[in-house]
Structure formats: C-alpha cells, structure tokens
Design a protein around this ligand. Structure first.
Ligand SMILES: NC(=O)c1ccc[n+]([C@@H]2O[C@H](COP(=O)([O-])OP(=O)(O)OC[C@H]3O[C@@H](n4cnc5c(N)ncnc54)[C@H](OP(=O)(O)O)[C@@H]3O)[C@@H](O)[C@H]2O)c1
Length: 262
C-alpha cells in the first residue's frame, strides 16, 4: 500500500514505534528510523533492506532542541522525502512536579511536545507541495481523560498532541494529506520499565493490555479512514467513552484514585 513511500518513525528502537516500522515495512515503505539506540536501529534497517526496501537510520536524542532540524537536514541530504511521519518517541517522567528538576521537565517537553510539533511543521510544507502525506502522532488515552497526581506533564503533553493533530487534520481537509492521533491504553512495551510503573501495571488484568503490533496496524488503518482521533481496542474505547460521559468531578476523582497507572 505504501510501496516506494518514505516513512519516518521516531522511537523506532522499541515497542509501538518498532511495531509501526515493521507494519510500514510490510506495506512496502522505505524507512527513516529515529531513536537513541543505534544498534537497534541498525538491526531494524537490515531487516528492511533484506526485503529489498531502503532504510536510513538517524540516531538522535530528541531532548536536544536542535534534533528536529538535524533529522530533516540528514533526510534532505539523503535526497528522500518524508511521505509518512510517525511521531511516537516518548516516555513518562516519574515523580511529583515539585520533586523533579526543571531540566528533566524541560527535556520532557522537548521530546513529548516540541519535537512532535516541529517535526510535523517541517514535514507538512513539503507534503503539501507534493500533494500527499500521512501524519500519525502517538498520543495516549491519558490525553483524553483527566490527569492524576505524578507524571505531571504526561497527560498534558498527550492532550497537546491530540489537539495539534485535530487542527492539522482540519487544515488539510480536502487534500490527500491525513493526520491522526493514536491514543493507546496500556500496551506491552518497555514503556512501563522506563516509567517505573511495571509493578503497578502488573497487577492489572490482561484484558486491559494490547500488544504493540495491533496498535500500530489499527492506527495505520485509522489514518487511511480519516479518523483524526483514534482509540485502538474495545477496552480502551470503553474507558475513553465512560470517562467522557461521567461528570468531570467524578471522572477526576476516579482517575485520582488510580493515579500512578500510566
Ligand atoms: N506502552 C503504553 O502503555 C503506552 C500507552 C499509551 C501511549 N504510549 C505512548 O506510545 C509511545 C511509544 O511508547 P512505547 O510504549 O513504545 O515505549 P517504549 O517501548 O519505551 O519505546 C519508547 C521509544 O521512544 C524512544 N525515545 C525515548 N526517549 C527518546 C529520546 N530522548 N530521543 C529519541 N528517542 C527516544 C525510545 O528509543 P531510545 O531509548 O532508543 O532512544 C523508544 O524507541 C510513547 O509516546 C508513549 O507515550 C504508550
């Protein structure tokens, strides 16, 4: 479906990003792979090339404010377009707002907000010139529901990503450029180790979790169908709908009681 298209995936070294990269590879795309762990990107690039497609690796720390410009400069130098952009790299910053340092919060905003916004901005202009593009921004169920204590800017960053994607999608209506915010719930990946929530989430029932592969696959279907805000999985859809139907004060109290689960 995406034969000869070039797809840039951030956070391609693990979890949901790796699943997007694999799904896009299976659909015939060439890949631009971004994350910090170069060895993992190289291994993924080799599997892309083994299928006869092309891959470019751009090992990058997205907390560097210059990263989006540097990535696009490398892509331009390679002479390839970004037809499909998957902004996915992310993590949760453990701790309360007062305990964490501003430097850690600033890096978090850079990775979770600014990099998403700037890469979208850098990719969108050329997409409009070429008349085709797909933008998938990986948000979270956490961006659709009230935020609890700790991981303070996580829900805020995901709410930003959802609203930004809705606006970009509206701006592109009537063209062949589609934007979609994917809002997964609990997904098996390295996320809960990095975020230090493994112990808490291990106590949750299995039906609350999805594998990364179906999340990526369903999200790629959703962008093609024009779903601007997409929640994968029946359980996640139920939670999103329930918390939106409840009066805000009750939803806030419910989330508060279960905070620390993200
Ligand atoms: N898993 C869940 O339950 C869940 C639920 C809802 C939403 N999400 C969202 O899904 C996205 C992917 O998370 P995941 O579950 O796949 O987590 P993961 O397995 O921990 O993967 C995170 C990816 O982000 C990359 N990354 C993190 N910090 C980076 C940085 N500073 N610079 C460049 N790359 C960076 C990591 O690569 P390197 O370490 O190699 O740099 C890795 O490839 C995130 O945006 C997350 O918020 C996850």
């Amino acid at each position: 479906m995406y034969k000869d298209r070039w797809a840039l995936v951030t956070g391609a070294s693990a979890g949901i990003g790796e699943a997007y990269a694999n799904a896009l590879m299976e659909k015939g795309a060439n890949l631009i792979l971004v994350a910090r762990r170069e060895d993992r990107l190289k291994a993924l690039a080799e599997s892309v090339e083994a299928k006869g497609q092309r891959a470019l690796i751009v090992p990058t720390d997205l907390s560097d404010p210059g990263a989006p410009e540097t990535i696009m400069a490398q892509v331009n130098a390679a002479g390839v377009p970004v037809d499909i952009l998957v902004n996915n790299a992310g993590y949760g910053l453990p701790g309360t707002y007062s305990e964490t340092t501003w430097k850690d919060q600033q890096d978090f905003i850079q990775v979770m907000v600014t990099a998403y916004a700037q890469l979208t901005h850098l990719a969108l202009g050329p997409m409009r010139e070429r008349g085709w593009g797909r933008i998938i921004n990986v948000a979270s169920l956490a961006g659709l529901i009230p935020a609890g204590a700790n991981y303070t800017l996580y829900g805020a960053s995901k709410a930003f990503v959802i609203a930004m994607t809705q606006s970009v999608a509206a701006e592109c209506r009537g063209t062949d450029i589609k934007a979609s915010a994917c809002c997964p719930g609990f997904t098996y990946s390295e996320f809960h180790d990095v975020t230090e929530t493994r112990e808490v989430v291990n106590k949750l029932p299995k039906y609350a979790f999805m594998e990364a592969g179906p999340v990526a696959e369903l999200s790629l279907r959703a962008v093609e169908k024009g779903h601007t805000t997409y929640v994968p999985g029946g359980f996640n859809k139920f939670i999103a709908a329930l918390l939106r139907l409840l009066p805000l004060s009750i939803a806030e109290r419910l989330v508060d009681r279960h905070s620390g689960w993200k």
